[in-house]
Every structure is written in structure tokens, then in C-alpha cells.
Design a binder for this molecule. Structure first.
Ligand SMILES: [Cu+2]
Length: 72
């Protein structure tokens, strides 16, 4: 299990949060996603083989901007 914390730019309301959660959850191997509008961050739990790039792509596909991230 891996934990990824990543900044998400461009969210303005809870609909944005729901959209980010939906797109990130669709990535293979993602177990849980919690996104905070206040912090502009997503907290993601994944299988070990999930790459940060696949998470970034999902955020971009949702229409938002992935930023700095931490793994651990
Ligand atoms: Cu919104």
C-alpha cells in the first residue's frame, strides 16, 4: 500500500472535488481518494505498483492541475 498526497490546482467547489475523486478512483490500483477543497490537495491510497504519473494524468483528464506531491 502506498500513500500519495498531491496538490490539485483549479478546484473551486465541491463539484470539482467530486470530479477529481471520480477520475482518480478510476485509475487501476487506487483504493481510496479524499480530496480537500480547503487544502487544494488529494490524499490517495494505492497499490504499490501505481505510478504518480497515472494519478497526475487522471487529475489533468478531470480538468485540473496536479502540483507538488509526497509519497509515504
Ligand atoms: Cu467546482
Amino acid at each position: 500500500m502506498k500513500k500519495i498526497k498531491i496538490e490539485v490546482g483549479g478546484m473551486t467547489c465541491e463539484h470539482c472535488v467530486a470530479r477529481v475523486n471520480k477520475f482518480v478512483k478510476n485509475v487501476n490500483g487506487v483504493k481510496d481518494v479524499k480530496t480537500s477543497l480547503k487544502e487544494n490537495k488529494s490524499y490517495i491510497e494505492t497499490n504499490d505498483d501505481v505510478s504518480v504519473d497515472s494519478i497526475k494524468s487522471a487529475i489533468e483528464d478531470a480538468g485540473y492541475k496536479p502540483g507538488k506531491y509526497e509519497i509515504g
